[in-house]
Design a protein around this ligand. Structure first.
Ligand SMILES: *Cc1c(COP(=O)(O)O)cnc(C)c1O
Length: 406
């Protein structure tokens, strides 16, 4: 049992200036100085507790950053205007023109497109490998490699990274291990397992209300300071800064993260077991049949379960589309991308969130056309949800899909 991160979150106290139980929201783009000298020192990055300009930092962003550093057990954290804002800042901070990245091949479509297409501008090449195969990762490392990148639980195939093993390999080659932990907040603590930088899209579970996009980079004081350096910081100079109003609303939503993660996982585990018993091609890390089950069990914080995401292969894109439309009609959830909402969200990743990945490569990595990704909601009566889902499949005459290659 490991409640440490959740306990530490509960213990955080940020008061408003009039004793409010929530911190006051910083509502300024710029800040005054009593002495001109202090302004100069702040530009140089030498004055603790002084604010300069809101693209650099704001009190609200620092509160949210502190809460996220507490969640991941890192020295500090910077918040960004989106998950991609966080990911692209980290990559451009770590890599110069001509450098090389070793990345998992099953990652978020936007991250994949950034590495594969956009980074061409800087002649930064990425080797996409199966990161569950350590020999393949080791073999891909070149003298120009600047980082190893993976997702703790990958999008959309729910591949589980062995973070401790990857960290050992990274350290041997003196490389930072960067882990996107968007799918598994609280359940997996990459920092404790040896990751150097942990990224989240806050848009998903951490905010949990599907009302904004935001991101975070958790790491050392030195690395986070480098990202917002006024002369050379990727985040400071590219400007993917989070607005203070949003920071404060995300901080408030984050307080229910532990109970939400438990409920998402409990509901997903229930449905996954039922689907498996019915003979469906279901994939969920909480099932013994999942290839990453053993790795996840070994490295997870048990009380938070195996996460809220599961995939179901219903054989063809037509089946997937018909089923999703019918489930939406029956109010089981929404046909929408994204995850971590109170309602179940479902989409066919091959034609949506992973469409940046060419069809052939999708097939190679096991991303079948009939694959539906579910982000399971906070349904109070999941047994009732299951019954209605099953009736939808029967109505569409989608037979059990055990033999569909996942
Ligand atoms: C959504 C997502 C991102 C991108 O985050 P945005 O907030 O949409 O920019 C990155 N990684 C993963 C795993 C995601 O699910």
């Amino acid at each position: 049992m490991d409640h440490k991160a959740a306990d530490s979150l509960q213990d955080l106290q940020f008061f408003g200036e009039f004793g409010g139980v929530n911190p006051s929201i910083s509502d300024s783009s710029t800040y005054t100085f009593m002495a001109a000298k202090t302004m100069f020192d702040t530009f140089e990055g030498n004055t603790e507790g002084c604010y300069l300009y809101s693209r650099h930092s704001t009190p609200s962003n620092l509160y949210l950053g502190e809460a996220l550093a507490t969640l991941e057990g890192t020295e500090t954290a910077n918040v960004y205007a989106s998950g991609m804002g966080a990911i692209t800042s980290v990559i451009l901070q770590m890599c110069d023109a001509g450098d090389h990245i070793v990345s998992s091949r099953t990652i978020y479509g936007g991250t994949y497109a950034f590495m594969k297409n956009f980074l061409k501008k800087f002649a930064i090449n990425t080797s996409f490998v199966d990161t569950t195969n350590l020999a393949a990762v080791a073999q891909a490392i070149t003298p120009n490699t600047k980082m190893i990148y993976c997702e703790a639980v990958s999008n959309p195939l729910l591949e589980v990274a062995d973070i401790a093993a990857l960290s050992k390999l990274a350290k041997k080659h003196n490389l930072p291990l960067v882990v996107d932990n968007t799918f598994s907040p609280l359940a997996i603590s990459p920092g404790k397992l040896g990751a150097d930088v942990i990224i989240h899209s806050l848009t998903k579970f951490i905010n949990g209300t599907s009302d904004c996009v935001a991101g975070v980079v958790c790491g050392t004081v030195d690395f986070c300071a480098s990202l917002k350096d006024v002369n050379s910081g990727a985040a400071m100079l590219l400007g993917s800064t989070l607005d203070s109003l949003r920071s404060s609303s995300i901080l408030k939503n984050m307080r229910t993260l532990p109970i939400r993660m438990k409920k998402h996982a409990e509901n997903a585990q229930y449905l996954a077991e039922k689907f498996e018993a019915d003979g469906w091609a279901v994939s969920y890390p909480g099932l013994a049949s999942h290839p990453g089950h053993e790795t996840m069990t070994r490295q997870m914080n048990k009380d938070f379960g195996y996460g809220g995401l599961l995939t179901l292969n219903v054989g063809s894109l037509d089946n997937a589309n018909n089923l999703m439309e019918l489930m939406q009609k029956k109010n089981l959830g929404y046909l929408a991308v994204s995850l971590g909402f109170y309602k179940t969200l479902f989409s066919a990743p091959g034609t949506s969130t992973s469409s940046e990945i060419p069809m052939e490569e999708q097939k190679e990595m096991g991303l079948g056309e009939g694959l539906i990704r579910f982000s399971i909601g906070l349904d109070d009566d999941i047994a009732r949800t299951y019954k209605i889902m099953k009736a939808c499949m029967q109505e569409l005459n989608i037979l059990s899909t055990e033999n569909v290659s996942a």
